[in-house]
Each structure stands twice: as C-alpha cells, then as structure tokens.
Design a protein around this ligand. Sequence first.
Ligand code: FAD
Length: 433
Amino acid sequence: MKPISSWGRLSQHNHQIIPLHDRNSIPNIIHHIKNHLGIAHGMGRSYGDVALNPEGTLWLTTGLNHLISFDESSGRLRCESGVLLRDIQKLFIPRGWILPVTPGTQMITVGGAIANDIHGKNHHLLGSFGDHIQQIRLARTDGTEIACGPIQNSEWFTATVGGLGLTGFIVEAEIQLRPIHGPWLNTETIPYSNLSEFFQLADSSEKDWEHTVSWIDCMSNKGQGIFMRANPSKELNQTPKMKPEKKMPFVPPFSLVNSLTLRPFNFTYYGLQKYNAGPGIVHYEPFFYPLDKLLEWNRMYGPKGFYQYQSVVPRNVGQDATHAMLKEIEKSGEGSFLAVLKTFGNRESLGMLSFPEPGVTLALDFPNHEARTHKLMNRLDAIVKEAKGRIYPAKDARMPRELFEAGYPKLNEFLKYRDVGISSALSRRLLGS
Ligand SMILES: Cc1cc2nc3c(=O)[nH]c(=O)nc-3n(C[C@H](O)[C@H](O)[C@H](O)COP(=O)(O)OP(=O)(O)OC[C@H]3O[C@@H](n4cnc5c(N)ncnc54)[C@H](O)[C@@H]3O)c2cc1C
C-alpha cells in the first residue's frame, strides 16, 4: 500500500499499486476478483478523484509506453495507453505531424486523454481528443477484449471516450495525427476590458484562428483579461528561447495563493501582458503548456491543496452566467489565481460522458479553505445548474450527484457499458459504486 493523492493534493489515501509493463499480460492482471476493484491511473494529472481508488488497486499505466506502429503517409499512430503526449509531440513534430488536440499540460497519457476526452484551445475547429481516435483496444475485467472505434462497436467507443476509465482498461489506441510545418505558432495577444469584449473577440476569432484562449482577472469585477489566439506558422528557422524547467522545491506550510498575493498577482499579470500585447512567433510548448515549466506547481497551494472548478454553460446564457460567477467569486473574497475563459465550438462531443458542449467554459483554481470554499462552489453550482451547464469530472472532487446527473443526460445509457470490476473514488461518489 502506498499513499497517493491527485493533482489537487486535497487528500492522500493508501492504494495498492500495480505497475503495468507488458500489454499482453493486462487481461490476466486486471481480471476481476470479487471485492478487489481497480482503476487505471496514468500521470495523475486529474485534479480530483477520478483516478483514485482509496484502499483499492491502481493499475499504473506509465510503463505501457511503447509506440506500436506509424504510417508516414496517413499520419496514423498506434501506441500503448501509457505513452505521454509530450513524447508524441517531441518525436513527431520534427517529422511533420502533431497531436490534433492537446490540453494545458503535455504531461498526460494517451489513456488519460481518452478517458477524460480532453479538450484543447482549438475545440471550435477540431473538437476533443476522442474525435481523432480511430481505434481503441479495450480489456475488460471479465477477460474479454473489445476493439472499438467510430464505426466498429461504436457504442463501446462512445462509452469509453470520456468514460472516466469505467468501461474497461484501454490497452492501446490508434490516433490520427495532423500535418504541421514545424513547432512555431503565429500568435496575437489582445487585452480585453470586459466580458462583452471577450465574446466579440472569441466569436470573431473562430473563423481565422485555430487556437483561442483567455486568462481572466477574477479579482476585477469588470471581467478584464487577456485574449490569446494562434495559428500554426510556416516559420522554420526561429531559435526557441527555452527556459529551463524549474521545480516548486517544497510544500509551503500555507498556501502561497492567498488574499494578500492574489490581487497583486492578477494586477501585475494583466499589466505585463497588456504591455506585451500584439503579434508574435511563439514555440508550441510555452503557448500550449505554460505551466509545465514549473514542475510540481501544485505544491504552492500548501498542505491543504486546492480545488479546480471547471464548468461549461450554453453560449446563449454564457455572458450572464460568467458574469454571475465572477460576482460570486468577488463577493466571497476567495479569488482564483489561474482563471481560464474560453469558448467551445458549435459541435457535440461523441462521448456519452464527454465534458465539452457548445458554450463557454470557465476554469478556476481555489485554495482549499474548506467550508468557505465549499460555500462558494455551491453558489457556483447553482449558477451552472440554472444555466443548464455541467462540471468537468476530470477536475472535480466534490460536485453533488444531482448536478452530475442533470449535466450528463446520457448517463443512464453509459451505465450499460460499465465494467463491474472497476471503481474509483469518483464513481462511488457520483454513481454509488
Ligand atoms: C496543468 C494542467 C492543465 C490541464 N489542462 C487541461 C485542458 O486544457 N483540457 C483538458 O481537457 N484537461 C486539462 N487538464 C486535465 C488533464 O488533461 C486530464 O485530467 C487528463 O485526463 C490527465 O491524464 P493522466 O494521464 O494524468 O490520467 P489520470 O489523471 O491518471 O487519469 C484520468 C482518467 O483516465 C483514466 N485512465 C487513464 N489511463 C487509462 C487506461 N489505460 N484505460 C482506461 N482508463 C484510463 C483514469 O482511470 C482516470 O479516470 C489539465 C491538467 C493539468 C494538471
């Protein structure tokens, strides 16, 4: 037994860890034994409890890190589920192929990306990760194996993409990569002073810009922020200005993100970005993965950890709901250090439990002040519920079951594909088993 916590570091629980290395031995290892339930665990970059199984088993996938085949002409990559997105990017971008969708960190596994059907900054153009998967090999704890994809056994595919690891163990997957000239992006940074400017920028950028995202200053009730957009560049001969990775060296005794630091941080960041506004040529790593340079940055929230709260609400109520959430945050005095506001495109996700839906998504980090933080998140829940939105399970550690049920109308259909030998802290909290 080993203590494991998730990225939010909210709690630590003992787990029996089973590291996996040989993909052919997986059916034997995960084979269901009564009362010994397990769940796959990739890089543990999910913030809440989706990849945890306190007092139970974690099948650790990071040893399943082999590429199986690559077709140079079509860009189809077949690999094991523990391969890191970082390794795919590093190997294939110099060969002219890139992952079509990546999240705000590349330190995650292919299995984790499928199970949470992760999204990037280009949802309006390319949807989410599952839209680019051609096939999954799924091992079930009853010893059966299912090959599924958009056409073959498609009901298993749509249950497994975004299926929170609960339909079986993803052994390997085939991903359609996207052609690319090189590692550079043409970018533009634009300050905005309120939410309606943000929505204008988001709407007008969708047609001509592949990537859009914004940072919003939660400490100013006006909704000011910084909008960033980017397109792949044909530029080849830039020299990357790479800063060395740094590491948060220890867990401070209290959160470094607090009422004293939040306001000056947001104020300074806004001022600095405003000063640096305009066009640029940026390497894909700092643009896509700005936080990866500070390893273990999650430690800065101190011993109690932090919550991430990511919601999506439909576009027609997006501005009002976002405004209402910002007001609640301001009223609570809690504030968020890393607040990201972006729009999702007008396309439904294929996964039965996938998070993205047409609308606007707001992601917030809150230091864990226990009852105070819960009170604020309960208020945010009420706004999300009224707006008919949903919360992202990959980031969640506390959403009420009724909000989950209301946000995911295909839940009952999904339950038919659950694997009875698999359970997580999240599934017990939100599904009862
Ligand atoms: C800094 C940061 C930025 C982020 N930005 C984004 C973002 O922009 N967009 C976004 O969508 N997400 C984002 N995330 C969340 C992250 O992308 C997801 O939580 C992702 O799923 C983590 O992958 P992982 O390999 O760490 O998997 P884990 O967290 O270990 O597991 C996640 C889920 O995948 C399941 N799983 C893993 N491997 C398998 C397998 N082989 N078979 C079956 N199930 C499996 C687990 O059981 C669990 O349910 C971010 C996270 C961080 C820390």
